[in-house]
Design a binder for this molecule. Sequence first.
Ligand code: 48H
Length: 263
Amino acid sequence: MEGEIFAKTTEKDVTSAIVKSFHSMLIEYTDSDVIVVGGGPSGLMAARELAKVGKKVLVIERNNYLGGGFWIGGYLMNKITVRAPAEKVLDELLIPYQEYTKGLYVTDGPHACSKLIAAACEAGAKFLNMTTFEDLIIKERRVSGVVINWTPVQALPRQITCVDPIALESKLIIDATGHDAFVAKKLEERGLLKTRGYGSMWVEESEDAVVNHTGEVFSGLIVTGMAVTTVFGLPRMGPTFGGMLLSGKRAAEVALEKLKGFE
Ligand code: 48H
């Protein structure tokens, strides 16, 4: 490396590289096969599975960082647990882990989360960070897109900002917003869906139920991850993530089946 010289460039070229590349992505993704709202474990898993088979997938994430609760296991401790059979997902993503007791596995949060993010990127999913889902496009009782705004705009007091959101269209939406089930709640606000609120903790009951209830809850809207517990009133599972990963996979399977109707 000694003696290497960086390529010649100017400040304006650095700026226009960012602007042009971002804007061409934004324009291309005004229309997607699937928009995933929320870049936590369930959303990233769903996005990866869909992008891997060539679907056009955009993830909307209100934070600057992706990964949601998958960086930290519980109580600010960065160890992640999964129960069998979800260790197969760790194998698939080349995430190292140890068996703690029979069928209960533990892995490092930073390693697991960064690998899952990389897998979604490598599969071809695209991302809008610092972007908050605000509302839905609904036409003829079918969800057909999302209304979004920059997260910082939402954080400002109303009296000093009045910035209208923009809308993106897609064939399907996946609600992966975690405990808030933010997308499903937008339907509830309009009397189009009833959510039950997630139940108290019961790990053994929860994870199978979450995967089994993952699916379409309104025409064009699929729920995954903790949003499933909130919509259906299922018990929470606590700091273990196998149900999130397998729910994401299930959401992608349901989406692929539904997308056949558009071919
Ligand atoms: C844009 C948004 C918006 C919005 C939220 O919380 P997450 O990690 O969600 P899941 O369901 O993939 O995983 C849940 C898991 O992390 C967990 O908390 C578990 C297993 N708890 C068990 C228990 O008993 O409590 O990720 C959701 C993502 C986050 O990155 C949010 O920032 C994002 O969605 N998000 N993005 N617009 N309106 N709301």
